[in-house]
Design a protein around this ligand. Structure first.
Ligand code: IMP
Ligand code: MG
Length: 180
């Protein structure tokens, strides 16, 4: 892909850096209030949530540890195949933790459905789910998050950690992707 093609596919900025920053500050305060000084474990679902996690953890002031899990939901281009596979698991025994799962986007719901089901079997003290973006119109399994910072229509988005075939994760904003 040429540089020109690369740039042309960034169709329109949907969520600005400022908007993201504002919502992260708000949810950071809510998390501080909810956990009230109790230590938490933020479980980042790789790779998409790494940028969000980095900003989120700095907006939180309760004692907080970070863990990573890697889940691959298989996509052909911009369409989900519906298969989810946990390719990297947590190192921590989570039975002594208040866990907050940190995800970039909920689409069909399958990834988070599988991950929460698995983590519940490990008996955490509590389990909450926080997503940066939600696309509720695309759900194929019933799944609700505890916090969702932005709700968007059925568009394929890139940036701020979100990719199209591994590209565009480093955009500082969220944009709509398009090939036409
Ligand atoms: P789900 O299992 O269908 O909910 O898919 C969630 C995963 O699909 C996310 O963690 C993303 O990695 C990916 N995904 C879904 N929609 C988008 C999108 O619009 N842009 C980039 N990745 C997406
Ligand atoms: Mg992801």
């Amino acid at each position: 892909m040429t540089r020109e093609e690369y740039n042309k596919r960034i169709k329109e900025v949907l969520i600005t850096e400022e908007e993201i920053k504002t919502e992260i500050q708000k949810v950071g305060k809510e998390i501080d209030k909810l956990y009230d000084g109790r230590p938490i474990l933020l479980v980042s679902i790789l790779k998409g949530s790494f940028v969000f996690l980095a900003d989120l953890c700095r907006a939180i002031s309760v004692p907080c540890e970070i863990g990573f899990m890697c889940a691959k939901s298989y996509y052909q281009g911009t369409v989900s195949t519906g298969l989810v596979n946990i390719t990297m698991d947590l190192e921590q025994d989570i039975s002594n933790y208040h866990v907050v799962i940190v995800e970039d986007i909920v689409d069909t719901g399958r990834t988070l459905y599988d991950i929460t089901k698995l983590l519940k079997t490990r008996n955490p003290l509590s389990l909450h789910v926080l997503t940066l973006v939600d696309k509720p119109s695309r759900r194929v399994v019933e799944f609700e998050t505890d916090w969702s910072l932005f709700t968007i229509p059925d568009k394929f988005i890139i940036g701020y950690g979100l990719d199209l075939n591994e590209l565009y994760r480093n955009l500082p904003y969220i944009a709509i992707y398009g090939e036409d």
